[in-house]
Design a protein around this ligand. Structure first.
Ligand SMILES: O=P(O)(O)OC[C@H]1O[C@H](O[C@H]2O[C@H](CO)[C@@H](O)[C@H](O)[C@H]2O)[C@H](O)[C@@H](O)[C@@H]1O
Length: 267
């Protein structure tokens, strides 16, 4: 049986922060379009990014385009579609694309198999498809079989399970790879990674962070390879504001100390 996981300790070093989006920063909603990020959460994210010299990224199944809308006017480093697209701190974007004729063929197949099923939603992304069945739980086997048939047909695609969703995404793409890519470059490199996530897609991120002896934090009660746990999204929000308060206090102490020292030298 899995050992009970504790709440993460107060982090007191130099960290690189990686956040999943849906179910971690933002509460789950019946439809993907109903999600939003409260103003105070955006404020704390901005503060944490500033206090960490920009070493904060979102790593999500959503596209970069969508993540930017949730966090505007900020333009954080981002990994979208589980890492199939990534934007670094300088705004340079790396995108893994699928041939247009392949996307078209898959769209047609999905429409034919699932388009008429009440409650099933086909969400198209730049190089992937998310098949939602939150409103048609009985259709899960059909949705799953359909996605599996498509990934069996294309060697460059793979399945990603999530909360009431099955996704068809490019193979070799996962959140762990995205963590490694960010950690190989400034301002992330040399820092201790912290990853917060709630879903199966986040396990690869936890595994990557564990390899750096970092801080992996599972949101929710499911089994995980993460080393710490927070109960739910509001617990993430209060953890975030607590970390910001601590880092701000540390910054104030450091700056007061620097003032005293410079005053002392001027005497
Ligand atoms: O990696 P994430 O940031 O957690 O994104 C995973 C998927 O999240 C979205 O779907 C999920 O959230 C919806 C809104 O709360 C919910 O209605 C749905 O049932 C969930 O599966 C998003 O729509 C997907 O594109 C993301 O891949």
């Amino acid at each position: 049986m899995e050992a009970a996981l504790n709440k993460p300790p107060l982090l007191t070093g130099q960290y690189a922060f990686f956040f999943d989006f849906d179910g971690t920063l933002a509460k789950l909603k019946p439809h993907p379009s109903q999600v939003s990020l409260p103003d105070n959460v955006q404020y704390h994210l901005r503060k944490l990014a500033d206090l960490s010299h920009g070493a904060l990224a979102l790593i999500s199944g959503r596209s970069i385009n969508e993540l930017d809308k949730f966090t505007q006017p900020e333009r954080y480093p981002l990994a979208g579609v589980h890492g199939a697209e990534r934007r670094d701190i300088n705004g340079q974007q790396f995108t893994l694309s699928l041939p247009a004729n392949q996307m078209n063929a898959i769209r047609r197949k999905l429409q034919a198999a699932l388009g008429d099923i009440d409650g099933v939603q086909i969400e198209e992304k730049p190089m992937a498809f998310a098949l939602h069945y939150r409103h048609a739980p009985g259709s899960e086997p059909l949705v799953h079989n359909c996605a599996q048939a498509i990934t069996a047909q294309y060697a460059d695609l793979t399945l990603q399970q999530g909360k009431c969703v099955v996704e068809i995404k490019p193979g070799g793409v996962n959140k762990g790879e995205a963590v490694h890519q960010f950690m190989a470059e400034p301002p992330f490199s040399g820092r201790i990674p912290v990853f917060l996530g709630d879903d199966l897609t986040d396990e690869a991120g936890f595994d990557a962070v564990n390899q750096y002896h970092g801080v992996s934090i599972k949101v929710g009660q499911e089994a995980t390879c993460a080393r710490w746990r927070l109960e739910d999204v509001p617990a993430v929000w209060s953890w975030l504001s607590g970390q910001v308060a601590y880092f701000e206090q540390q910054r104030a102490i450091t700056s007061r100390r620097a003032d005293y020292e410079s005053f002392g030298r001027s005497l």
